[in-house]
Structure formats: structure tokens, C-alpha cells
Design a protein around this ligand. Structure first.
Ligand code: NAD
Length: 346
């Protein structure tokens, strides 16, 4: 740990807050960390798992004693707590979904600019080695022209009390797919359903058209068959997988199974106007497996680098909060109006 490592305040010591604590310990930052959670049971559980954890007496005391905040609280608290952190002049690592609506992202953007603060959104998959390897292959042209990017973030798991499938699940791939494509989502046609009758969309299907013409699909929800044990939620069964296709290659990445299959090749013209696939056998792309603690440690290490250099993170408020929120806002509008909707300009 560098002697001048920033002092960090973790707000929210619940399930994912504890993943952050494990990641902070792995980075050797435990002595620089304070935690705060208004729920005594959550604070006690965090102390039991991480006996080194020092707890702040309250939000104000915690803010006074830190340089930067990690915010891992329920979704509806994000916008107000993030604004409090920025007004206090602290940098911020803000867990996904950063906000519930794009207008909250715009307000945070203005505040962060006014206060000269660095904000990184916790978009887990951007730091997964398999997503990074796929993005590098796309960027070097291995896929040719992309025509398809699809993601399934679904399974059989608890419906979170604070959000439905859009903010909890779809947000991951509403960010990841355009990040991979290097092109924003231009239009969305979405269908949402409330299969549990609890007033939230626990099932979401989003058809996308990217600005460069590629098509996309996101399936999200907690009421579908899962395939693998979830690495974050004990007892849940999950699918976290993406498929990408272009004129020169096809790929499937399964984050839960930690597999990455690539097929290079093209369709070639054949007799009678047909085009036939001429693809090599599947190859396995070598990209390491990574569990939640490793991925979050990579996210936090990148955040700390940005703080040290006073540089904007890749997943800053514009890229990590506003752009995905605009896609999800368009999805809600599309589902309500029963038509495809253009994603608003950032
Ligand atoms: N990146 C990922 O893959 C990933 C995975 C899981 C959760 N998350 C995100 O992490 C966040 C937290 O999720 P979770 O599963 O840990 O939820 P959780 O309900 O288990 O924990 C949230 C904790 O925040 C505490 N809290 C509430 N108000 C607070 C306040 N004002 N100050 C401090 N603490 C407060 C609660 O008491 C609770 O202990 C959510 O935004 C969620 O979307 C991200």
C-alpha cells in the first residue's frame, strides 16, 4: 500500500459492500478503510467477516475522515448520497446502477464538474478479463464489421427490494454492449413484464439498434431458468453470457462458466445466390477466470490510479451513469408506448 493511499469510506456494508471489503483487503488497503451502515446488523456482520474494519459514527463523521467514498447502498439512495459526497468535496466510486433516471446522472455530472471531483461507476464486467479480451479483439478488427451483440443477464434468484430487472440486471449489458461495440445504442424496442405482480419489471427484453447499424438484444430477469451457481448471490442460479457476431468472427463469452469460444470465418458466395459459412473450428480464447473479489479489486485499483493522476476514469459519470440510464429510460418509454424509441443524445 502506498503511504499516500487515499482514506476510503465504504457506505453500505451489505452483500456487495462486503465484496468491496474483501477487495480492499486484497489490495492491502484495509488500514485506510472506514465503513458506515445505519443498519446495526449489517455493520456487525461486516465486522465479523472483516475484524480490521473500523466503523464511522455516522455519515458526516465518515465524510470528514475520508478522501474518497465507495457507495454500495440500495439503488434509490444513490443519487442523494452521491450528491452529498460530491458536495462534501470527496471523490466517488459509485456502484451500478449509478442512478435510476438519466436526469439524476445529469445533475451529478454538473455537481462533479463544479466541485472538480472524480467519479467512477462500478460496472463490473468492464473489468472482467474475458470482456477486456473480447473488446481488444473487436478493436483490432478480428470481427470485421459487427452485426450482432447480445447479452443474457437472467436466472432464478431473489427479486431485489430496491429495483427490477432494468436497473439491477439489464444495466450491466446496456453498458457493456456499446462499450464492446465502440458505438452507442441509437434505438430501443423493449417489452417489460411484472410476473411477480409486485409493481416492478422483473422480466425485460430489449431489442437494440446501435448507431453503426449493428443489432442487439438484452434479456434480463430473475424469473427464468438459470444455468450456473451465481458467484455473488448465494443459492441463485444464473446466466451471464454474451454473444457477438461480425463479418469475420463470432464469439460467445459465458461469464458464469468462465468460457470464451471464438470462431473466425466469413460467409462466402456460393452457387445459386447462396452464401455459405466458412468458419474455422471454435478456438478457446485465453483470458483468465476472475471471481467477484478479483474483478472488484481491479475496478478499485483503476479508480485509485485515476485519483492519483487526477484523471477521469473510463466509466465516468457520462459513460457509466448517463449513457446506460438513457438506454434504460428509452426502454421504459418504448414499453409504455409499444414502439421503438430513439435514445436521447447525451
Ligand atoms: N457490480 C455488481 O456486480 C453488483 C452486484 C451486487 C450489487 N451491486 C450493487 O451494490 C449496491 C448494494 O447492493 P447490495 O446487494 O450490497 O445490497 P444490500 O441491501 O445487501 O446492502 C445495502 C446496504 O446499504 C445500507 N445502507 C442503506 N442506506 C445507507 C446509507 N444511507 N448509508 C450507508 N449505508 C446504507 C443498508 O443498510 C444495507 O446494509 C447496489 O447498488 C447494487 O446494485 C453491484
Amino acid at each position: 500500500m502506498p503511504a499516500d493511499a487515499p482514506r476510503l469510506l465504504l457506505l453500505g456494508c451489505g452483500a456487495f459492500g462486503r465484496v468491496h471489503l474483501a477487495a480492499l483487503a486484497a489490495l492491502g488497503l484495509a488500514p485506510r478503510v472506514l465503513g458506515f451502515d445505519p443498519d446495526p446488523a449489517a455493520a456487525t456482520a461486516a465486522r465479523a467477516a472483516f475484524p480490521w474494519l473500523r466503523l464511522a459514527a455516522g455519515l458526516e463523521a465518515g465524510l470528514a475522515a475520508c478522501d474518497a467514498v465507495i457507495l454500495a447502498t440500495p439503488v434509490p439512495t444513490h443519487a442523494a448520497l452521491a450528491a452529498t459526497v460530491l458536495r462534501a468535496g470527496r471523490d466517488l466510486f459509485l456502484e451500478k446502477p449509478a442512478v435510476e433516471r438519466a436526469e439524476e446522472a445529469r445533475a451529478l455530472l454538473r455537481l462533479a464538474a463544479e466541485r472538480g471531483r472524480i467519479v467512477q461507476v462500478g460496472l463490473y464486467f468492464r473489468s472482467h478479463p474475458k470482456a477486456r479480451a473480447l473488446r481488444a479483439l473487436i478493436a483490432e478488427g478480428a470481427f470485421g464489421r459487427l452485426h450482432w451483440l447480445a447479452g443474457r443477464f437472467s436466472g432464478l434468484k431473489r427479486a431485489r427490494g430496491d429495483s427490477g430487472a432494468l436497473l439491477n440486471d439489464a444495466v450491466h449489458f446496456a453498458d457493456l454492449l456499446p462499450w464492446l461495440a465502440g458505438a452507442p445504442v441509437a434505438r430501443v424496442f423493449a417489452q417489460l413484464a411484472d410476473p411477480l405482480g409486485r409493481g416492478r419489471e422483473d422480466l425485460a427484453v430489449l431489442q437494440l439498434r446501435f448507431a453503426d447499424g449493428a443489432l442487439g438484444l438484452i434479456e434480463a430477469g430473475c424469473v427464468l431458468p438459470g444455468r450456473w451457481p451465481d458467484a455473488v448471490v448465494p443459492g441463485a442460479e444464473t446466466r451471464k453470457e454474451i454473444a457477438v457476431a461480425g463479418s469475420a468472427a463470432l464469439a460467445e463469452v459465458d461469464f458464469a462458466a468462465e468460457t470464451f469460444r471464438l470462431r473466425r470465418g466469413r460467409h462466402r458466395p456460393a452457387a445459386g445466390g447462396a452464401f455459405v459459412p466458412e468458419h474455422a473450428p471454435a478456438e478457446t480464447v485465453a483470458a483468465p477466470a476472475a471471481g467477484p473479489v478479483q474483478v472488484v479489486a481491479a475496478e478499485l485499483a483503476a479508480f485509485l490510479d485515476c485519483l492519483a493522476a487526477r484523471r477521469a476514469p473510463e466509466a465516468d459519470l457520462r459513460a457509466g451513469a448517463l449513457l446506460p440510464a438513457l438506454v434504460l429510460d428509452a426502454a421504459r418509454r418504448s414499453a409504455q408506448e409499444g414502439r421503438a424509441v430513439a435514445v436521447e443524445e447525451a
